[in-house]
Write a protein that binds this ligand. Structure first.
Ligand code: NAP
Ligand code: GLV
Length: 310
């Protein structure tokens, strides 16, 4: 298996993890000059340089190092006849659920107000007006991760609804599907969570027309991809009060440039694209299981579908 994820320094850790779950698999670094590309069965990659994957002519499968594989499929020459497996171990849903619960409860409890009061040494006595039960939390994208998040936030007490391309019937979750039901979904969403994949259809979706469908004073938790949102429109919606706040983990340009206005905005909370990053051990266990399933000729849910584009 050839590896390009986490830099060359991470290779030894990957090797140790795979030795535990799939002894016998040899891991080699992506830029190793002694590599024979014809001897490679598997690739484990995050953002391969365009044109590089197709040199491995005997690939049996490509494993994304993350759940979203857009940094692989952006290569016009990626070998799309080879199975591409998105890396979604169970810990990915758990980690994302923890992030969204943290973000949503920080909205419910007005955590920014408390941090700001602490900075100025001000005993700002206030009671949150509402509890989680009073908020309608809407998740765009009810896939592997979106569904795990939906169940977890429901358990905290939020009224949960979701929007997906095809209809879903999930216990206790109000479902909306397709372009026709999008605006009704948005109109009944107080906290909007983005967990969509990066596709031509979802590019630039979180922009003024979508934001104007939300109830005034709604909040955004953006954990999808930077390409989903238009930052100028988010800043404008924060300016008018259409959006009360935004908690953002992903950006068009990462790392976010030091002079970006989002850093200093009083109602934006930023995290460094770490909402859900399973450990290498968690990912190796998942990938080892996927390799064994492929050997047995089984199919599984995290295969990228070139027709859908995710
Ligand atoms: P997934 O299983 O492929 O689910 C994608 C969901 O989006 C599905 O419910 C799908 O609908 C829906 N969808 C796709 N296109 C749509 C459209 N045009 N309109 C409405 N719904 C649409 O993906 P996942 O594993 O849950 O991951 C979702 C995304 O989360 C990743 O692609 C990545 O961008 C992001 N992510 C971020 C982090 C982070 O740390 N920030 C970590 C992991 C993942 P159907 O169910 O009908 O197919
Ligand atoms: C992280 O962003 C992932 O797609 O796993």
């Amino acid at each position: 298996m050839v590896v390009k994820s986490g830099g060359e320094a991470a290779l030894a850790e990957w090797q140790g993890c795979f030795a535990e779950f799939l002894p016998g698999l040899t891991l080699r670094w992506w830029d190793d000059p002694s590599l024979d590309p014809t001897a490679i069965d598997y690739a484990l990659v995050w953002a391969p340089e365009a044109g590089r994957l197709r040199r491995f002519v005997n690939l049996k499968a490509i494993f994304g190092a993350g759940a979203g594989v857009d940094l692989i499929t952006r290569d016009p020459d990626w070998p799309s006849h080879v199975p591409l497996v998105r890396c979604v171990p169970p810990e990915a849903g758990q980690r994302m659920a923890e992030y969204v619960i943290w973000a949503a409860l920080s909205i419910v409890r007005d955590a920014r107000r408390m941090v700001s009061a602490q900075h100025s040494g001000h005993w700002d006595e206030f009671e949150p007006a509402r509890t989680a039960r009073d908020y309608r939390l809407g998740i765009m994208g009810l896939g592997e991760i979106g569904q795990a998040v939906a169940q977890a936030v429901r358990a905290v007490g939020f009224q949960v609804q979701g929007w997906s391309r095809t209809p879903k019937n999930l216990p206790g979750i109000r479902g909306f599907a397709g372009a026709d039901e999008r605006d009704a979904f948005l109109a009944s969403t107080d906290i909007l969570v983005c967990l969509l994949p990066a596709t031509p259809e979802t590019a630039g979706m979180i922009a003024a027309p979508l934001l104007s469908c939300l109830p005034k004073g709604a909040s955004l938790i953006q954990v999808g991809r930077g390409m989903h949102h238009n930052m100028a429109d988010i800043l404008a919606a924060l300016g008018t009060g259409q959006l009360a706040g935004a908690i953002m983990d992903v950006f068009d340009q990462e790392p976010l440039p030091a002079d970006h206005p989002a850093w200093r905005h009083p109602r934006i909370t930023i995290s460094p694209h770490n909402a859900s990053t399973p450990t290498r051990r968690e990912r190796a266990r998942f990938i080892a299981g996927a390799i064994q399933a492929l050997h047995r000729g089984e199919t599984f849910s995290c295969l990228y579908d070139p027709k859908r584009g995710y």
